[in-house]
Ligand binder design. Structure first.
Ligand code: KIV
Length: 258
């Protein structure tokens, strides 16, 4: 049976929820075989696959292309697609149209939207139209240029208050889960206990209801340093490089084809 948003909601308090990003059918196939609960086609596709410095240049067309590729792997895991830069803050019709395209054309089963309590009215309209939404609070990479860099959120009392209000407003608007990126580890525990829906952390410590990581980081498959909270389970980049080098060497020395 495929995993639904309801399964994710009901897992809270019972077992840790696990998510991973994927951007194509091959990686989605392996991610799904691992038993993850959800696969996120993150707009991190921009930095991990497309060579951009930030996620800001990622467009809806790019998200549709990559989400459709992941959907073709027919994962059992819930398939969540990221809403790209600024669209959630555009007028509601554009957001609705983008959400419908991600679900109807590309095969997403839910959308993830970066943003605070100000987005709650839009989120409420989406969820009442049957579009499952995962919230995303804390560090919002799409606001990189506005923020001027990445840092941990929820260390001061005022930031804690704002984050709690954001999370509760998004829950009230119908989000089935809320992702928190780089929020203070202890405060994430408080957030999780204040919410009825699962809190999925990335760089937010062990007290969340679940975790997500970017697949390239988990696999050691990138040419840039990974954030300090990441655990690289394998150095696939090194293995890819040595396989390519062996191929080049064998062709040059007329040992392949034999
Ligand atoms: O795009 C992405 O990969 C994300 C991460 C926070 C998981 O949103």
């Amino acid at each position: 049976m495929n995993i639904s948003t309801r399964d994710i909601r009901e897992a809270k308090g019972r077992r840790p929820i696990v998510g991973i990003t994927a951007y194509d059918a091959v990686m989605a196939h392996y991610a799904d075989k691992s038993g993850v609960d959800f696969i996120l086609v993150g707009d991190s596709v921009g930095t991990t696959q497309l060579g951009f410095e930030t996620t800001v240049p990622v467009t809806l067309e790019m998200m549709l292309h990559h989400t459709a590729a992941v959907a073709r792997a027919q994962p059992r895991a819930l398939l969540v697609a990221d809403m790209p830069f600024a669209l959630a803050r555009a007028d509601f019709d554009k957001l609705m149209d983008a959400s419908c395209r991600l679900m109807q054309e590309a095969g997403a089963e839910a959308v993830k939207i970066e943003g605070d309590a100000a987005l709650a009215p839009h989120v409420a309209r989406l969820t009442s139209a049957g579009i499952p939404v995962m919230g995303h609070i804390g560090l919002l990479p799409q606001q990189f240029h506005q923020l001027g860099g990445y840092r941990t959120y929820g260390r001061t009392e005022s930031e804690k208050q704002v984050l709690l209000e954001d999370a509760l407003a998004l829950e009230e608007a119908g989000c089935f889960a809320i992702l928190c990126e780089m929020t203070d580890s202890m405060f994430s525990g408080t957030l999780s206990s204040e919410l009825k829906v699962p809190l999925i952390g990335i760089g937010s410590g062990p007290h969340c209801d679940g975790q997500i990581l970017v697949s390239n980081d988990v696999l050691g498959l990138g040419h840039k340093p990974v954030p300090s909270f990441v655990k690289e389970y394998v150095q696939l980049g090194d293995q890819v490089e040595s396989a390519f080098s062996a191929y080049v060497e064998e062709v040059r020395n007329r040992r392949f084809p034999s």
